[in-house]
Structure formats: structure tokens, C-alpha cells
Ligand binder design. Structure first.
Ligand code: SAH
Length: 465
């Protein structure tokens, strides 16, 4: 017998919020039937309106809060707060940290069936605002001048903003300056509907440790009107700029960057430091966006790797070699693997830049390259993985289980796939010793973790001696 749904569309009902979803919506249950309601916080009593009813769950809108959560903070009603991408802005930072830490614990238990794992208190930021070192801002036109900012949800309507609450001041300043200069020089904005106009996005990247700024102009056209004047004005308005790059994207697409990239002025790259390691960042490179917390995360990964200088280490999913080079400071040898060939070229250059000779990089899928290495008789003492949100490929994890590195350090940007993969490794003979959540993305729902696993005695004869 199917259970009847206890609510109807357009009902007004009183609820008590019990939980938050992984994207920050409040969860309230009516006779066990879950309703997801944006902006509701656990513990709050409220009136909600039911707006959509599905078989197993529904959606509602918050109408009135009768009893507020102690973690609720009032958010100003201006557009930047409404559309600025800070989904957790209505929760105090203390509350956000608590929510993220709880989410990690719950997911490890529910999905990973890891009952007794140590989850440390999350490492948050002293100042959880204005931390990002990269922005890609869409450009439009209104009343004959350029606008730039955020898209309204599920639309391509641009909200013109002066700043983002989570970008570094240098990034906000750069985006505003470029917008104003382009507007004054009569450079038109790209129009999606007609596929006409010039400027699609303004991108800015900043090396917080070096003070070097990069500006990338992403256009539909190969030529930029008034290009020389534009470059001169950017240089004089933004003294920190070290690189001005032009990227051409002539396609009808939502993808931001196109295939052709040229340097208009200055260097092809800017530099930044994480700890003592220096990195060259090009317009297209993947580089962690929160430099302060990246150091915290990598320090923890290095601590969990517990290197003495004798180990060989594999860094799967290595990107431009950031973690690999961090590990190479303490390891005998590090092998990095990454699927994007350009990132591997960057990684090699970064190794050279730091005079590190104990690292090697290979382009390819971790699930292809590492099994091949293993078949050829190569192994590692420590394996570090930092996969994208979908987690590790299962065949790759099976190779890890056969290869038996003594330690695995798992850096994850998605607790759900982390929990799934930890379960596979546990079933293969590993024990999860510790999990450390790190808040890399304050004000947003993203959660980052690093976990340490060791091979247990049962599967590692070396350890029984
Ligand atoms: N460790 C790096 C990058 C982490 S992002 C850093 O901290 O900067 C995850 C990386 O995994 C991306 O660079 C992505 O290109 C890469 N990747 C995705 N799928 C992969 C696969 N199957 N094999 C190897 N690398 C992969």
C-alpha cells in the first residue's frame, strides 16, 4: 500500500526544521515526509508554504519564522546578498562550521558505515570573507554602458555588482577597473541571443603571496577595439598587474574559455607561493582558489603522509603538481598523475622553478596509468589522491588495494564520494585513522576534507613483525 502524502501544494503549514541538505536548504518532516525549504535552519519553528509535492519529498517556501536559530544572521536585502553565490550567508560562521563538520560525520556514518572514525573539529578561517584569488565575471550591457556581476539563478540575466563578498579586494578592484575602462572605450558586451558584441567575461587572478595580478579578457572576436589604449589604461589603473591575456571564445556556448589565448602585455603567467613552494599560474591553469586554507589543507596532507625522506609517493589527480611539490620537500621521490596534459606541462615547469629533481609527472587517467605502473613492478609507500567531486574510479581503488601502499592520504571536495571510497578501501584492508575537514569555501556549501588511512596488520605482513 502506498503511503499517502500528508501535504498538498499551496498548503500553509507549521514545521520545525530538523536538518540542512548538502546544498544548505532546511529540512522539515511532516509525518515522516521530508520538505526542503531554502533558508530554514535546524531548530527553527516556522510557517511554510508547500510549493511542489513529489512522491517521496516536497519543496516549500519560508513564510514566517516563529522561533529563530541562534545561528541565524540577518542578511541585507541588496542584490549582492541575494545573488552573490553565498548560500550560507544567513548562518553565522560558527554555525556554518558546525553544519559542515556535522555533515562530514553524518555522511561518513551513513554512506561509509564508518562508526568510530575520528573526525576533528573543522579548521575554519579567521576572516571568512574576501578570500578567493580568482573571478570569472560575465559582462552585459545596460543603458549604453557595461555591467558585470552575477547571473540570477536559472537565468542569464546579469546583476551588476561592485564587488563579490568572497573575492579578494584586489580581484574586486581589477574587475571593476576593467569594466569601467572597457565601457569608456566603447567596447561592446557579447549578446548571447544574437551572438554579436565583443566582451564575454572579465577574469582576474591574483597571487596573494607575491602581489601579482593577471587580467584575462575573454572575447567573441579576434580583435578588441582600442586594444592598445585598453592595455595602457589597465596598466596605469592597476599597478599590481603583471600579465594581460586575451582569450578568444567565438562559440555559442556556456563554457567560459575558448581555445585561443595570447598575451597582450607582460608575462604569460603570474606566480604565487604556498608555503615555500612557488607556482606559475597561467590563464587556464587549475589552482586552488583559497590560498590561506590551501596551505592549511596541504600542511595536513603532508602531516598525514608522515614522510621521513625515504618514501616513494604517488600523487594521483595532481593538477599542476601543487600537492606533489609540497610532498617532494619531504619525500625521496614523488610521481604525479593527471589527466589534463597542459596541467602536466605546468607541473613539470613548476618542479623546475623550484629546482626539484625528485618528482616525475605523467599525463593520463589515474585508473589507467597507476595499474600499468603496478603491472610493471612499480609501487609506492604512500599514495595521495585528490580527485574531482565524483571521487576515485573503483578499478583504481582495487589497484590500490593490491598495491598496498602503507598509507593513503585522501583529499576530497565531496564528503559523499569520500565516504563511499573510504568504505571500499576499508573493505580492502585499510583503516581510516583520522578525518580533518578544512573550510576552503566559507559562505558556500562546499566541504573539503583530508583523511588518513593506514594498511592494517591483517593485510600488511611487514607490520606484524
Ligand atoms: N591536487 C591538485 C588538483 C586537484 S583537482 C590541487 O590541489 O591543485 C582534481 C584534478 O584531477 C584535476 O586537475 C582533474 O583534471 C584531475 N582528474 C580528473 N579525473 C582524473 C583521472 N581520471 N585521472 C587523473 N586525473 C584526473
Amino acid at each position: 500500500m502506498t503511503k499517502t502524502i500528508p501535504v498538498k501544494k499551496n498548503d500553509y503549514i507549521d514545521v520545525i526544521f530538523e536538518d540542512l541538505t548538502h546544498d544548505g536548504a532546511g529540512v522539515a518532516k511532516v509525518d515522516g515526509y521530508p520538505l526542503f525549504i531554502p533558508n530554514g535552519l535546524p531548530g527553527e519553528k516556522a510557517q511554510v508554504k508547500v510549493i511542489k509535492v513529489n512522491k517521496g519529498y516536497g519543496f516549500g517556501r519560508l513564510i514566517e519564522i516563529y522561533e529563530k536559530s541562534p545561528y541565524r544572521v540577518e542578511v541585507p536585502s541588496s542584490e549582492i546578498h541575494k545573488y552573490g553565490g553565498c548560500q550560507l550567508e544567513h548562518i553565522s560562521y560558527e554555525g556554518q562550521l558546525k553544519y559542515k563538520e556535522n555533515q562530514v560525520r553524518q555522511v561518513l556514518t551513513r554512506i561509509g558505515k564508518l562508526e568510530d572514525v575520528t573526525v576533528h573539529p573543522i579548521l575554519g578561517m579567521d576572516n571568512p570573507w574576501h578570500y578567493r584569488n580568482k573571478a570569472q565575471v560575465p559582462v552585459g550591457e545596460r543603458d549604453g554602458r557595461l555591467i558585470a556581476g552575477f547571473f540570477k539563478p536559472r537565468s542569464h540575466e546579469i546583476v551588476d555588482t561592485d564587488e563579490s563578498l568572497i573575492q579578494l579586494p584586489e580581484i574586486n578592484e581589477a574587475v571593476q577597473a576593467v569594466k569601467e575602462i572597457c565601457s569608456r572605450l566603447g567596447i561592446s558586451a557579447y549578446q548571447e541571443e544574437t551572438h554579436k558584441g565583443v566582451l564575454r567575461h572579465i577574469m582576474a587572478r591574483y597571487g596573494q603571496k607575491t602581489g601579482e595580478l593577471m587580467v584575462v579578457l575573454i572575447t567573441r572576436t579576434n580583435d578588441i577595439p582600442n586594444q592598445n589604449k585598453l592595455v595602457d589604461e589597465i596598466i596605469s589603473r592597476l599597478p599590481k598587474v603583471k600579465s594581460i591575456v586575451h582569450n578568444v571564445n567565438s562559440k555559442r556556448t556556456n563554457v567560459i574559455l575558448g581555445e585561443k589565448t595570447t598575451v597582450l602585455w607582460g608575462n604569460e603567467v603570474i606566480y604565487d607561493l604556498i608555503g615555500d613552494v612557488k607556482f606559475a599560474i597561467s590563464a587556464l591553469s587549475f589552482y586552488q582558489v583559497n590560498p590561506v586554507q590551501t596551505k592549511v589543507l596541504y600542511d595536513k596532507a603532508l602531516e598525514y603522509a608522515g614522510l621521513s625522506g625515504e618514501e616513494s609517493v604517488i600523487d594521483a589527480y595532481c593538477g599542476i603538481g601543487t600537492i606533489s611539490l609540497f610532498l617532494a620537500q619531504k619525500a625521496k621521490k614523488v610521481f604525479g598523475v593527471e589527466v589534463v596534459p597542459e596541467a602536466i606541462e605546468d607541473a613539470k615547469r613548476n618542479a623546475e622553478l623550484n629546482g626539484m629533481t625528485n618528482v616525475e609527472f605523467a599525463a593520463g587517467e589515474a585508473e589507467v596509468v597507476i595499474p600499468k605502473w603496478y603491472k610493471e613492478g612499480n609501487s609506492a609507500d604512500v599514495l595521495v589522491v585528490d580527485p574531482p567531486r565524483k571521487g576515485c574510479d573503483e578499478t583504481f581503488l582495487q589497484t590500490v588495494i593490491e598495491m598496498k601502499p602503507k598509507k593513503v592520504v585522501y583529499v576530497s571536495c565531496n564528503p559523499a564520494t569520500l565516504a563511499r571510497d573510504l568504505r571500499i578501501l576499508e573493505d580492502g584492508g585499510y583503516k581510516t585513522m583520522e578525518v580533518q575537514p578544512v573550510d576552503m569555501f566559507p559562505q558556500t556549501t562546499h566541504v573539503e576534507c583530508v583523511a588518513q588511512l593506514i594498511l592494517t596488520k591483517a593485510t600488511n605482513p611487514d607490520l606484524t613483525q
